[in-house]
Design a protein around this ligand. Structure first.
Ligand code: GAR
Length: 190
């Protein structure tokens, strides 16, 4: 039977959309739910257009996680994918989904990770430090930001002339081409 994925997102949702489309084209799983912690996030618009159910969960719900766990169970969610999700995942979800929650981070962890390091802030720091490469890290999550076991990393060059927007574009391209495939590989092993 198709595995049922829930995506947690906080903002734009371009990775969420890319993952929805990938599994629609390739099968093996489906994105049955998108959960978001920001009411105004553009990911809701994407979900509506794609016809994927989406739910807003307020700050309090993320503090203990019970309401979110109940929702995931009632929807029969097998696997959770974080895609641009900026809050800590509640402990009760970590316990209920051991090795079944993955995150993508837009740098080569452990570099440029941790609380407050997300999105464009990461690329700005990479350029400011004069790095010659960057990339993405796909990892399991644990109770600390950006510290769970690494599943895969993919790299891209950073040129001396690159702006943070240039690096962001290269990193997004890596995300779109690798994240869905890596998720598919993990689901195959389940
Ligand atoms: C992505 O680049 C993702 O790697 C990053 O946020 C962006 C979300 O873009 N995640 C983090 O920085 C997590 N620490 P999207 O909403 O368009 O998918």
């Amino acid at each position: 039977m198709n595995k049922n994925i829930a995506i947690f997102a906080s903002g734009n949702g371009s990775n969420a959309e890319n993952i929805v489309r990938y599994f629609r084209e390739n099968g093996g799983a489906q994105v049955g739910l998108i959960v978001c912690n920001r009411k105004q996030a553009f990911v809701f618009e994407r979900a509506r257009k794609l016809g994927v159910p989406s739910v807003y969960m307020e700050k309090e719900a993320w503090a203990d996680g019970g309401k979110i766990l109940e929702l995931l169970r009632s929807e029969g969610v097998d696997f959770i994918v974080l895609a641009g999700f900026l809050l800590r995942v509640p402990d009760c979800l970590l316990e209920a989904y051991p090795n079944r929650i993955v995150n993508i981070h837009p740098s080569l962890l452990p570099k440029y990770g941790g609380k407050g390091m997300y999105g464009d802030r990461v690329h700005e720091a990479v350029v400011a430090a004069g790095e010659r490469e960057s990339g993405i890290t796909i990892h399991y999550i644990d109770e600390h930001f950006d510290e769970g076991t690494v599943i895969a990393q993919f790299r891209c060059p950073v040129l001396p002339t690159d702006s943070s927007a240039d690096v962001a574009a290269k990193v997004h391209a890596l995300e779109y081409s690798h994240y869905p495939q890596v998720i598919a590989g993990l689901l195959n092993e389940m």
